[in-house]
Design a binder for this molecule. Structure first.
Ligand code: FAD
Length: 391
């Protein structure tokens, strides 16, 4: 929309972010006939386009890569148990996007505030919108996390985060240290070690659990599904014990384990990285010298909500900056929702496999809220109106 054009009427819902969470939610809102708009700062499914390396292999088998509205995986039956490439992922998301055909504008949300009548004001780099409901779908990987020790390394050390890494050609030094042995760390480490371009390859462990592809010949994901792990909710007694611990850790890694990398490629395992200085990265099991060194930080991400009004952030985010919510419905802030959070409701909420059920739940909540608001007049989100919407 060009500059100077008037702001739109109050929309029932504005979705911030056009990744798998935002597009899935758009599909679910369409099913409820709730008018809405996605605001995306880059391009749909931007994360998959910008933050994966060329040899990336999906961590989830094809049968798990199904978004709402689809009956089955995009992959042919014969490859349902295989793991897709980055190109498979692009094809899949592109096809899904075209099928859903969501109302989307390429604008960056800069500020979200609440109006006195309880409706929302969403300001982008292009204009300001009013909305009854705002759904934050900006992903759980907003900001790359790099430990403070990185600042102590001399400028001669090349440093990059996993989200910037594309291929071994970008590594300019003869030795490489991968810090972090989660799914990204081990995949990148294997690619670098297999390239044969480096004198030394080290992987500093992060202590993430590596679960095997198969247990007694049965696919681990199938076994987990069969055991009901995918249905384990945050609210269950086991979820209440496990999920807070899991939230503080990185995601479980997929093979190869650092031990397998050592066996197959001679990768060295110095243990957890503890500190760094001019001379070395000091790890629990020894030092990695900074001579001719590149460090690839595979140390994860942190979600960010900087665009939320500071006053709102205080009530909505906990002391670790995570949203306080019930199944994606913000606690204490009617009309604000989240989709795509880690362990939002179940073990698989952050995955392609699990985002659909969270989107469906949030869409239903919004549809009810919208129906009540429409009956009682838009912009009159009184306390009474809210109590009529069953949480
Ligand atoms: C390296 C890696 C590998 C993964 N592999 C798998 C896998 O194999 N299988 C699987 O099921 N899951 C996988 N995941 C987990 C998950 O599927 C992805 O993280 C997925 O991208 C999350 O989708 P999302 O829509 O929640 O967030 P994102 O994909 O991060 O989408 C958020 C969108 O919001 C936009 N945005 C952010 N801020 C603003 C703003 N202020 N205004 C407007 N737009 C904004 C961004 O541009 C982005 O497009 C992986 C995750 C990572 C990090």
């Amino acid at each position: 929309m060009s500059e100077g054009q008037p702001a739109l009427k109050t929309l029932p819902a504005i979705i911030i972010g056009g990744g798998q969470a935002g597009v899935s939610l758009s599909y679910c809102l369409k099913m409820h006939h709730v008018d809405h708009l996605i605001l995306e700062r880059d391009r749909p499914f931007a994360d998959w386009h910008h933050r994966r390396w060329e040899s990336f292999a999906m961590n989830t088998p094809n049968w798990m890569n199904v978004l709402p509205g689809e009956q089955q995986s995009f992959a042919p039956k014969a490859t349902r148990n295989a793991y897709g490439t980055l190109s498979d992922a692009y094809t899949y998301f592109d096809k899904y996007f075209r099928a859903v055909n969501p109302p989307l504008r390429l604008e960056e949300v800069e500020h979200v505030g609440i109006n006195r009548d309880g409706s929302w004001e969403v300001a982008t780099n292009a204009q300001t919108y009013q909305a009854e409901n705002v759904i934050v779908c900006t992903g759980h990987a907003g900001r790359p996390l790099i430990p403070e020790m990185a600042k102590q390394l001399p400028s001669s050390v090349q440093q990059l985060h996993s989200s910037e890494y594309k291929s071994p050609d970008e590594i300019t030094k003869g030795n490489v240290l991968i810090v972090g042995s989660g799914a990204s760390g081990v995949q990148i480490c294997e690619e670098l070690a297999a390239s044969g371009h480096f004198v030394n390859v080290w992987i500093a462990g992060s202590g993430n659990f590596t679960f095997p592809w198969n247990v007694l010949g049965i696919s681990t994901y199938k076994l987990l599904r069969w055991l009901g792990a995918f249905k384990l909710t945050r609210e269950s007694w086991m979820g209440r014990i496990m999920f807070p611990k899991l939230l503080r850790k990185g995601d479980a890694a997929t093979p190869p384990s650092p031990r397998q990398l050592a066996r197959s490629y001679g990768v060295r395992r110095p243990g957890r990285a503890l500190a760094a200085d001019n001379a070395a990265v000091h790890c629990r099991g020894g030092d990695v010298p900074t001579d001719d060194l590149t460090v690839v930080w595979c140390t994860g991400f942190r979600a960010t909500y900087d665009f939320l009004d500071v006053y709102l952030q205080e009530g909505i985010l906990d002391h670790e900056g995570r949203p306080i919510h019930r199944r994606g419905v913000a606690v204490g802030q009617p009309g604000l929702y989240f989709v795509g959070l880690r362990f939002q409701h179940t073990f698989v909420s952050q995955d392609i496999y699990g985002v659909g059920q969270d989107a469906a739940y949030v869409a239903e909540h919004i549809a009810r809220r919208h129906a009540v608001a429409t009956k009682s007049g838009v912009n009159s989100f009184s306390r009474r109106t809210e109590t009529r919407i069953k949480q």
